[in-house]
Design a protein around this ligand. Structure first.
Ligand code: UD1
Ligand code: CA
Length: 484
């Protein structure tokens, strides 16, 4: 959901952008085996959010600085780079971790002198590309541009120290909380951790860093005083949306960002006309597309690529992943749809659920009905076909208007191989039937309830394959033996 930005050919007015992403920190407070930047937010890792933002900026490259969990982070990034497309990703190791300045020093060998470097953190996922675009414009290839904001409680952050008492005075330095005087701690303008800086200047300043401070760390923020000393303009680009610079340090913060992000998406969709029963109970972990007059009840989760056609209605408690739901279809409550790689299609006007399960390769035509406790996998159902109760259709081709009875299944798996079942148009399969694949049920045919069908059946025929019913008159049931 990044808005359009006007960079061209990976450059701002001809200046290439190199994004440096700090991701070497330990993330102790996550109390997890998983490196912090690999925790998911809205279905994407934190780092992937940042990489997607770099991609939206049309950066020339993203340099990811890894340390803790480097192997895992690099492997996950490499997978992501397939998804992020043309963005070039370079990894740089920082071992040990001696501060943010030391982190960026590690990137120097892979940074060309002609670019603008945008410094981001792998644990700050919700920065918008257009915010960074404005920051890069403020840098303009020659100034040091800092993203700042006012915080009612600035404690812990680096403070923006300006000349004179006035808030509008020129930026002099960033002073870290632990190094700040009492007066400096009263400053409410803080450094977000995000800057845009000309690469050539950055390299000179990084070479001058020391760790003579309260934390004995190499502070990236010390480059501000070098810029001031060198007469380079320092610009503070102040925003008021704290969510864009919020970092994740703990499960609580992760959940807070997740909810804030989901609420944003919910509001965006409601502004497009989607009717959500409760915007606080709506989760999109991927890309959702909605046409007009879509309504979604509470507690629905959308994953991967999901397209909802005009007038689609989704009942409460549905999980829908990688699926196309065509116009007017109704998905009743508690339905689980996951198309994975093959996808699922639900035709227009179809009625699905409650308690239905559609698996990869389910292709349902218009007006198909799939009822409770029915599972469909890798099967095509033509217009008007129905399986309303307790059934399984796997590897099947089902014709128009077929009625598939309660408790009936396709036995598609012989223990080694999968086979196809074809049920031609207008067939009526009774209850509790087993169609042993490969098998074809001829058009217009009827399969008697309780049949196990192992041979293909002719069109128009009634086929029954079950023990003949016998009745033995005056049957007396066994009696209990008298006690000895
Ligand atoms: C930093 C800024 C501070 C700012 C704050 C915003 C410095 C010195 N201070 O402080 O002014 O207000 O961010 O959140 O830059 N990292 C590494 N290697 C390291 C150290 C950190 O990769 O050696 C990574 C961390 O994993 C994290 C990011 O850099 O993603 C920021 O580090 P963090 O320790 O959170 O910085 P702060 O001390 O919070
Ligand atoms: Ca931090």
């Amino acid at each position: 959901m990044t808005s359009g930005i006007q960079t061209q050919g990976g450059a701002l007015e001809g200046i290439p952008i190199d994004v440096v992403i700090m991701a070497a920190g330990k993330g102790t407070r996550m109390k997890s085996r998983l490196p912090k930047v690999l925790h998911p937010l809205a279905g994407r890792t934190l780092l992937r959010h940042v990489l997607d933002t770099a991609q939206a900026l049309q950066a020339r490259q993203a340099v990811v600085i890894t340390g803790h969990g480097a192997i895992e982070v690099e492997a996950a990034c490499a997978m992501d780079s397939v998804a992020t497309g043309q963005l070039a990703i370079n990894f740089v190791r920082q071992e040990p971790q001696l501060g943010t300045g030391h982190a960026v020093q590690q990137a120097v060998p892979v940074l060309a002198d002609d670019g603008v470097v945008v410094v981001l953190s792998g644990d700050v996922p919700l920065t918008q590309a257009d915010t960074l675009f404005h920051l890069i414009k403020a840098c303009a290839g020659k100034s040091l541009a800092l993203l700042t904001l006012e915080m009612p409680d600035p404690s812990g952050y680096g403070r923006i120290v300006r000349s004179g008492a006035a808030a509008g005075g020129a930026v002099q330095a960033i002073v870290e909380h632990k190094d700040a005087t009492a007066a400096q701690r009263d400053i409410t303008e803080i450094y977000s951790g995000i800057m845009a800086v000309p690469a050539a200047q950055l390299k000179l300043w990084l070479a001058r860093l020391d760790n003579q401070n309260a934390q004995s760390e190499f502070y990236l923020t010390d480059i501000v005083k070098f810029a001031v000393a060198d007469g380079v303009r320092v610009v503070a680009h102040k925003i008021d949306d704290a969510l864009q610079v919020a970092g994740v340090n703990s499960p609580v913060q992760l959940a807070q960002l997740e909810r804030a992000y989901q609420l944003q998406q919910a509001h965006r969709w409601m502004e497009e006309g989607v009717r959500l029963a409760d915007p606080a109970r709506f989760d999109v972990r991927g890309d959702l597309l909605c046409a007009r007059d879509v309504s979604i009840d509470v507690n629905c989760v959308f994953e991967g690529q999901v397209n909802l056609g005009e007038g689609v209605s989704i009942g409460a408690n549905c999980v829908i992943a990688n699926a196309v739901i065509e116009a007017g279809a109704v998905i009743h409550p508690f339905t689980h749809i996951d198309g994975e790689k093959l996808g699922v299609t639900v035709g227009s006007g179809a009625l699905i659920g409650p308690f239905a399960r559609l698996r990869p390769g389910a292709r349902l035509g218009a007006d198909v009905h799939i009822g409770n406790f029915v599972e469909v996998k890798n099967s095509t159902l033509a217009r008007g076909a129905k399986a309303n109760h307790l059934a399984y259709l796997g590897d099947a081709i089902v014709g128009e208007r077929v009625n598939f009875g309660a408790g009936s299944i396709t036995a598609n798996y012989d223990g080694a191989n999968k086979h196809r079942t074809e049920i031609e148009a207008d067939v009526h399969v009774g209850s509790n039937c087993v169609l042993v694949a490969p098998v074809t049920i001829g058009a217009g045919g009827t399969v008697g309830g309780g049949s196990t069908i192992t041979k293909s059946t002719p069109a128009g025929a009634l086929s029954v394959a079950r023990g003949k019913q016998v009745s033995i008159a005056n049957w007396s049931r066994p009696q209990k033996l008298p006690k000895a």
